[in-house]
Design a protein. Structure first.
Lengths: 503, 333
């Protein structure tokens, strides 16, 4: 990257702390116009904080920001928008009930004499669609769109505001494989047109493939900025965690000969799910792969009774579930770690201990009362065995890092000693170290005889952990692959580009 | 677990962070108690009548009705619902209590009122859970029905107990233990029981979980609907008991009793520090909130201030409490 021109963004000595704890300190960073700059680090490393400072969502305590060589004060999102900085956050910031058109020009509608002029907005949108190559109907409500398209709407909005810098926080986390490729291609195109892109992502290969330079943050400090062309995932992970660690996945132990079938389902149907059969043996990890919308998550939810199947049978140890409800599934020894720990898994404002104890309250009571000493012991033991690092088990669970929250979610279900564990996205939004711990945890549980069904969007993770992978497409099984299958074969089956061969 | 990366830094950082945030939590937890203590001290110093046993007995007696309603409101709010039927339930069950008392005797009438409160709560809860309507709207509509029933039952008139049982009917105003009124004793006992139920039982745990994240609770095997119905039933009983206190004081009941008081009860719950978002709060907070709001009235009386300003001050206090709560919450996150 040439340094002759003034950098698009120059960060000098920026720091931020909360109640005396510094979350970001002394950051110096220059990003050139038209550069794609990757920002990586473990959860809590300060990536999101830095983005939010650039985007004006929070104020830095120390340091200065310059945009295009001009030092500026950024106190609000309004300020940074005015300076041409646009932040696309993880959660998204669309107004669900408004149309695509209204969202793209939100608060920037063309108007004539105080009246919004939809016609001129329509023209502007058409021009934007042409440059980006997106095709979106301007008049549909955004909440009816798939998440990948919603993200496109956010990008359109950034461009409509004339953003010269677009900062994206984990943009690919919610996307299916082909949507990711489209996004990465667009990023390159925008950069080639002179837009500066800052990309925060957990997916190192992705960052490496698209970024010009990559900055690694750790514990709020900038560790190193490197050229993407002469680094590797292993080196980056090494900088992220402070030393090179083994990013290898643990191998699951082979399923013992003659291990009994614990969970079986026949002809499950509801909504997206269109006739799924599966069997899982004791000690076996069954992976379910498929594109977003293939019915992976929905299948797990049907198995657990979170949704009622319209048709089909779920059996545990050969006996059909008494009812298709979470309670009946739990009584039969089934547990489910759901897709979103924030929305479906944890009660964020309650304590770590309360959350861990929640699914097994009846096991530790005398009359109507909670047996508190027994609970303390049980929670303490399970927390230790899954290695939840909480300074205080009475603190609200939202104060924990994503990795520790996820481990707490596992702990909650392991306290019930389930026979079947259904896991949806075991390591979403979890840092590298906790991720490896969770992988070991899962293979360890299977080795102890648990039947595990695992859904993951990360195909490498799924293939590494599973004994067998079942691929769904449009809610139907289209192939089953043994351990050792390459990602390409599985992805091809998920896309339906060739017939999967049942093994 | 073989990989072990963050502990050094995490361990070095957490003690200080822990202390800071724990301090902030304390502030949030007990700030409202400090406010109560300050007002009590101020009134004790500025008047010689505040700290008399007569005034304190009176103060607690005045708090009983609002305190019971605020406790019911708090339990509902913790579980993530609002009960706007509280004052209508209060009136309807008090009327039922008086009417049943006329044909049987006063005690049976009182018991009938409590049972009516529970049943009305069951109906409210079932309506809200089954219809899936937002509780605010669902209970608003249900409360109109209950008020209407109260008018129908009484024909719009005031109902009295039989003349020969009028004295017994006033029993909740009688002095009892430590010179406190029977109403105060009943209020304290009920609130104490509910405080234990909420903080020590598995039901209490489920109550918080349902209010904090209903979907997570459901996927943890909790029957979300029955937890909500139970919360409404508890609120119904609290309302009925509050109704009995008012009726016993007045020697009668009528369909317009305590109109609008459900909102004061919610305000008391919030002033006490229970989050209207659900999943947080405590029964003792209802008590503190009710005491605080009652104290303001009491203070106006004792200081001889014009009661014209009383509502303004109460309103400002509610705003202040909620703003403080929000502010402290922001800082701790």
């Amino acid at each position: 990257m040439s340094s002759q021109k003034a950098p698009s963004i120059a960060v000098r000595g920026v720091g931020k702390s909360y109640s005396g704890v510094s979350v970001l300190r002394d950051i110096d960073l220059d990003i050139a116009p038209g550069e794609v700059h990757g920002l990586v680090g473990e959860n809590g490393a300060g990536k999101s904080t830095l983005l939010k400072i650039l985007g004006g969502a929070i104020r830095a305590d120390a340091g200065t920001l310059s945009f295009d060589g001009e030092q500026v004060t950024v106190g609000s999102p309004r300020d940074s928008i005015a300076h041409g900085i646009s932040l696309i956050s993880q959660e998204g910031a669309l107004v669900p009930a408004l149309s695509v058109l209204d969202n793209v020009f939100l608060a920037r509608w063309s108007h004539r004499g105080g009246l919004v002029s939809a016609r001129s907005d329509r023209k502007r949108l058409a021009a934007l669609l042409e440059t980006t190559g997106f095709s979106v109907d301007p008049d549909v409500r955004v909440d009816t769109l798939p998440i990948g398209v919603q993200q496109q709407v956010e990008i359109l909005r950034s461009l409509a505001r004339g953003a010269r810098v677009i900062a994206m926080d984990e943009p690919t986390a919610v996307l299916a494989e082909h949507e990711k490729d489209n996004l990465l291609a667009l990023i390159r195109k925008l950069a080639a047109g002179g837009t500066t892109i800052i990309l925060v992502s957990h997916f190192l290969e992705e960052v490496l493939s698209v970024a010009d330079r990559i900055t690694v943050l750790r514990d709020g400090a900038l560790i190193r900025t490197v050229d993407a062309s002469d680094t590797s995932p292993r080196e980056l992970v090494g900088h992220m965690v402070g030393r090179e660690i083994d990013v290898l996945y643990p191998d699951p132990q082979p399923v013992p000969e003659g291990a009994p079938v614990v969970l079986s389902a026949r002809n499950l149907r509801r909504g997206l799910v269109n006739g799924v059969d599966l069997q899982v043996r004791s000690g076996e990890i069954l992976g379910i792969a498929g594109l977003v919308g293939s019915g992976r998550t929905e299948t797990l939810r049907l198995l657990f009774g979170a949704d009622k199947p319209v048709e089909g049978v779920v059996e545990v140890d050969g006996a059909a579930l008494a009812a298709h409800t979470p309670r009946a599934a739990m009584a039969a020894g089934v547990a489910m770690v759901p897709e979103s720990r924030k929305e479906q898994g944890l009660v964020m404002q309650r304590s770590v201990a309360e959350n861990v104890a929640l699914s097994s309250l009846s096991g530790r009571r005398s009359g109507p009362f909670v047996k508190r000493p027994a609970e303390k012991t049980a929670v303490g033991e399970i927390s230790k065995s899954v290695d939840i690092r909480a300074a205080n088990p009475e603190a609200p669970i939202e104060t924990l890092s994503g990795g520790n929250q996820q481990k707490a979610l596992f702990a909650k279900w392991l306290l019930r000693k389930p026979k079947v564990l259904l896991i949806d996205e075991p390591t979403r939004g979890v840092d590298v170290a906790a991720k490896t711990q969770i992988h070991h945890l899962i293979t360890g549980l299977a080795a102890d005889g648990m039947a595990v069904v695992c859904v993951s969007s990360e195909i490498e993770e799924l293939l590494a952990l599973s004994h067998r992978v079942l691929v769904l497409r449009h809610g139907e099984p289209v192939g089953e692959f043994p351990r050792g299958t390459t990602p390409e074969v599985v992805v091809a089956a998920a896309f339906g580009s060739h017939e999967g061969e049942p093994s | 677990m073989s990989v072990d990366t963050t502990p050094q830094t995490a361990a070095a950082r957490t003690p200080a962070a822990g202390n800071m945030s724990r301090l902030a939590f304390r502030m949030r937890d007990y700030g409202i108690v400090a406010a109560l203590v300050i007002i009590v001290i101020a009134l004790s110093v500025s008047t010689d009548t505040f700290l008399t046993s007569g005034n304190l007995v009176n103060l607690l007696d005045q708090t009983a009705v609002l305190g019971l309603l605020a406790t019911g409101a708090t339990i509902c709010i913790i579980s993530g619902v609002f009960d706007l039927t509280a004052s209508a339930t209060l009136a309807l069950s008090a009327i039922i209590g008086v009417q049943v008392g006329r044909v049987t005797d006063v005690y049976v009438g009182f018991a009938a009122a409590a049972v009516a409160g529970a049943l009305l709560g069951f109906v409210t809860g079932t309506v809200v859970v089954r219809s899936g309507v937002n509780s605010f709207v669902g209970t608003l509509a249900t409360s109109l029905v209950y008020r209407g029933l109260a008018v129908m039952v009484t024909g719009g008139a005031i109902v009295y107990p039989l003349t020969q049982s009028a004295e017994t009917f006033g029993m909740l105003t009688w002095p009892s233990l430590f010179g406190l009124t029977s109403a105060t004793i009943m209020f304290v006992v009920v609130v104490a029981i509910l405080a234990v139920v909420v903080s020590r039982t598995t039901f209490g745990r489920r109550l918080y979980a349902v209010g904090g994240n209903a979907e997570a609770a459901r996927l943890s095997g909790i029957r979300v609907g029955s937890i909500h119905v139970t919360a409404f039933m508890i609120s119904g009983v609290c309302s009925a008991l509050a109704g009995l206190i008012l009726a016993s004081r007045a020697g009668s009941a009528q369909s317009t009793m305590a109109t609008g008081m459900e909102l004061t009860a919610i305000a008391a719950a919030v002033v006490g520090g229970t989050s209207i978002l659900g999943g947080e709060g405590a029964v003792w907070r209802a008590l503190v909130g009710a005491l605080l709001l009652t104290l303001i009235g009491n203070g106006f009386n004792l200081l001889g201030w014009d009661t014209i300003y009383q509502q303004v001050l109460q309103g400002l206090l509610i705003l202040f409490a909620v703003t403080m709560d929000r502010w402290l919450r922001k800082r701790t996150r």
